[in-house]
Design a protein around this ligand. Structure first.
Ligand code: TXA
Ligand code: MG
Length: 290
């Protein structure tokens, strides 16, 4: 517990995180993509608590995080073609695979669907944690609709200074895992993320299609139907705004922007990775600046 001014911060140790999760509590933990709000798969009350804390619609399912590929054997009813190649190439890492599952996955986790998302995160602390806790369900550690958290401080902005957080530094990737599912004999991307569509070509031999428009009655990836990653600040994408009207510009290191706006540098024009790492922190900073 760390005191800074009036706020008491609940940074928990590795052992405390294991104990709290075992007691059926929700703990924020780091991953290489974004921080997650973790609950054990075998603690139903904690899973319910995740939805309440985030104010997350119950129709939006959660990803199951595991420490080893074999951990999904208990749940998955059949593995689609090339799943082994994907797992061998990208796990541990920022890839979530949607797979058909049995009733051992609680219905609330999969929002009543017959599938669930699985991934092995590569953050060393959380990989080690998973060996002690067993599978953890984790959505991103932000209030539903808000920018995700890439630092422990961000989690406290959304859930209060007293919320238990396992400190794991700044998330290296900075944006969520790429989510894929197998449909019509091919893998398809249902949520863009850290892994680009091109990065699948050497493994699958093709570039997976990106599903963008969804049927609202029968969504493929329910989370895509909701507003996402939005700061409270009025944010305009692109160059359409007259520069002098903007108090802040989120821009690139190599470019110069005229006018009196304060420029926040997201990174280099030539490094999507650097921009991804800083993106959510910059969106959150706009709100801190009012
Ligand atoms: O990088 C990540 O994936 C992070 C970290 C914490 O691992 N987690 C994350 O979880 O982004 P969340 O809950 O913020 O987003 C999960 C997305 C949602 O859009 C949800 O609809 C989708 O995954 N999803 C989960 N289960 C699904 C399923 N069975 N079928 C289709 N989409 C699913
Ligand atoms: Mg999220």
């Amino acid at each position: 517990v760390e005191r800074r001014g009036a706020a008491v911060k609940m940074r928990v140790t590795f052992e405390q995180a294991i104990d709290l999760l075992g007691e059926g509590k929700v703990v924020a933990v780091p991953t290489e993509t974004v921080y997650g709000l973790a609950a054990r798969l075998d603690r139903p009350a904690a899973i319910e608590e995740i939805f309440a804390l985030k104010r997350r619609p119950k129709i939006n399912p959660l990803i199951i995080h595991i420490s080893d590929r074999s951990d999904c054997n208990l749940f998955v009813t059949s593995f689609p073609p090339d799943f082994d190649r994907l797992a061998a190439s990208f796990w541990p890492g920022p890839l979530t695979c949607i797979l058909p599952v049995n009733a051992a996955v609680p219905s609330v986790v999969r929002a009543g669907l017959s599938t669930a998302g699985f991934r092995i995160p590569s953050h060393p602390l959380t990989r080690e944690l998973l060996k002690h806790t067993g599978p953890l369900v984790m959505p991103s550690a932000n209030l539903s609709g808000r920018p995700s958290s890439t630092r422990a401080d961000h989690v406290e902005e959304d859930f209060g200074a007293a919320f238990p957080v396992l400190e794991g530094g700044v998330c290296a990737r900075g944006v969520e895992s790429t989510i894929v599912l197998h449909r019509n004999e091919k893998w398809e991307i249902v949520r863009l993320g850290s892994l680009s569509p091109e990065s699948f070509v050497p493994v699958l031999g093709y570039r997976p299609a990106v599903i963008s428009k969804e049927d609202k009655e029968k969504p493929i990836c329910p989370g895509q139907l909701f507003r996402h990653y939005a700061p409270r600040a009025h944010l305009i994408l692109g160059d359409s705004l007259k520069r002098e009207e903007a108090p802040f510009i989120l821009g690139f290191r190599e470019r110069s922007y005229g006018g009196s706006a304060r420029v926040m540098v997201l990174g280099s024009l030539f490094s999507a990775e650097e921009v991804a790492e800083n993106l959510y922190a910059a969106l959150r900073q706009l709100d801190v600046e009012g």
